[in-house]
Design a protein around this ligand. Structure first.
Ligand code: MN3
Length: 214
């Protein structure tokens, strides 16, 4: 069985940037709904229910064809929302990366503001529902991607580090049709401590792997 991950903060913890009512619907209705639907779809396939989300997303084509799309969409949405909640934290007035992640962002994008602008621009330009990602690729590089609907950079062989949900349900109660206002506010509540931890774990793993080949 897949379970709804605990929300790592209270419903009102991201105010005034993202309001409690938005999180109540987004987490307790939308995200929970994807988890429930996924378990229903896989009720007769216990070996798939025992997989991690990453394993399921790599293996869903082994399921009967008539449920593949629904399984991919619901599993993708559970995975994407899990990372979205991990990407967020209450505003602390210091919402910038630090340490090795900050250095890597500067090395990759020139500076933090350029990274932020490129990420935000992808969010504005994503047509319809989707997700904006910072990922670690197989060469140890940071990359930005936008994906539609329930897709993620996992299918490109990348490891996502952070994600912004740009489905309307993520911002409509707070900002109505003004996605750009939501994107501006998002930067106040990014969990750079958690994203930095994920980056450091992958980066040190990547370094020790490449040393094995020297
Ligand atoms: Mn969502």
């Amino acid at each position: 069985m897949f379970t709804l991950m605990p929300l790592p903060f209270d419903f009102d913890a991201l105010e005034p940037h993202i309001h409690a009512q938005t999180l109540q619907f987004h987490y307790a209705k939308h995200h929970a709904g994807y988890v429930n639907k996924l378990n229903e779809l896989l009720a007769d396939f216990p070996e798939f229910l025992a997989m991690t989300l990453e394993e399921l997303l790599a293996n869903y084509k082994k399921l009967p064809e008539n449920i593949q799309t629904a399984v991919f969409n619901n599993a993708g949405q559970v995975y994407n929302h899990n990372l979205y909640w991990q990407s967020l934290a209450p505003a602390n007035g210091n919402s910038k990366p630090t340490g090795t992640l900050a250095d890597k962002i500067t090395e990759t994008f020139g500076d933090f503001q350029t990274f932020q602008k490129q990420f935000s621009d992808l969010g504005v330009s994503q047509f319809g529902s989707g997700w904006i990602w910072l990922s670690f690729d197989s060469d140890g590089k940071l990359t930005l991607d936008k994906t539609p609907n329930a897709e993620s950079p996992l299918i490109m062989g990348k490891t996502p580090l952070m994600v912004m949900d740009v489905w309307e349900h993520a911002y409509y109660l707070d900002y109505q049709n003004l996605r750009v206002k939501y994107i501006e506010s998002f930067w106040n509540v990014v969990n750079w401590a958690e994203i930095g931890r994920k980056f450091e774990a992958l980066n040190s793993q990547n370094k020790s792997n490449s040393q094995n080949f020297i």
